[in-house]
Write a protein that binds this ligand. Structure first.
Ligand code: FE2
Length: 278
């Protein structure tokens, strides 16, 4: 039983290797009282779920600020509307890539530390779950031969690569627009400052550098299959008011398909990155 004046944090693991549900008093969360514990849990568990906590936009911003340096959008806005409705989000087309496994911001010098998503409106007829996989756990479970073989490999990541996932024959102007976002060569295995290692994969992964084209494609697909096996994956089925945080440096995620006209709306905030891919 909690002592008077002391607010408890109750946790429950959702899957052995990924995901923890957090039950806590909203005021205590907003005060930052649990921030250190939550940051530690986030790194260890990859995904934290706060069921139906019902944060307002302002509360979501305030809570995000308790966990680290707040990362505003490129537009300077603090919140981003995740929706396929182009009336709400003029760049909704880019989100079509979010239906495929990815890490947020692989084109950035320092990828964001974490993303926070609150659900506002959900499709009436279902769909639109979000899946997460733990790329630390996936690396750890590889055989020693693979760990040796992958050591030192780098992968070219390109935003435009994702275009071919949802538009196999894009117009040249569209391809060039996506190409302007850039390309980045990243290590296949990220050795974090903590000493832990994670896999860097996802739909921006174009090819393994200096590797035969077929072998490169085969390796990227094999590793994606490996990292997204059920034992490393948590699938979140949203209720309105849920808040989910994921460690963007140790997980990949994807949205499951949903009707673009369903009105599905999630609100995202982000924590500034703390270390570059290395
Ligand atoms: Fe994303």
């Amino acid at each position: 039983m909690a002592l008077p004046g002391v607010t408890a944090l109750r946790t429950r693991d959702l899957k052995p290797r990924i995901g923890t549900e957090i039950l806590a008093d909203k005021a205590a969360l907003l005060s930052g009282e649990h921030a250190d514990t939550l940051r530690e849990l986030l790194e260890q568990r990859g995904v934290l779920v706060f069921p139906e906590i019902g944060l307002t936009d302002d509360e979501q911003v305030a809570f995000t600020e308790t966990l680290g340096a707040f990362a505003p959008e490129r537009t300077g806005e603090k919140l981003y509307n995740v929706t396929l409705d182009t009336n709400v989000n003029s760049s909704a087309d880019y989100l079509k890539g979010s239906l495929y496994w990815h890490i947020d911001g692989t084109m950035n010098e320092v990828p964001i530390r974490a993303s926070l998503l609150s659900s506002r409106v959900l499709p009436a007829d279902g769909g639109g779950d979000t899946e997460f996989c733990n790329t630390y756990a996936a690396y750890d479970a590889l055989g020693d031969d693979d760990k040796v073989a992958l050591d030192g490999l780098t992968v070219m990541h390109s935003a435009w690569n994702t275009l071919f996932y949802f538009e196999p024959e894009p117009e040249l102007t569209h391809l060039r627009k996506m190409m302007r976002i850039g390309d980045k060569e990243l290590p296949l295995v990220w050795t974090h400052k903590s000493g832990r290692k994670s896999l860097v994969l996802g739909c921006t992964a174009r090819h393994v550098v200096d590797t035969d084209y077929r072998r490169s494609a085969e390796l990227l697909v094999r590793l994606r299959d490996w990292a997204t096996q059920p034992e490393f994956v948590y699938r979140h089925q949203w209720s309105v008011g849920d808040l989910v945080i994921w460690d963007n440096t140790g997980t990949m995620h994807r949205a499951m398909p949903y009707d673009p006209d369903s009105g599905r709306l999630l609100t995202r905030t982000k924590l500034e990155g703390e270390e570059s891919f290395a």
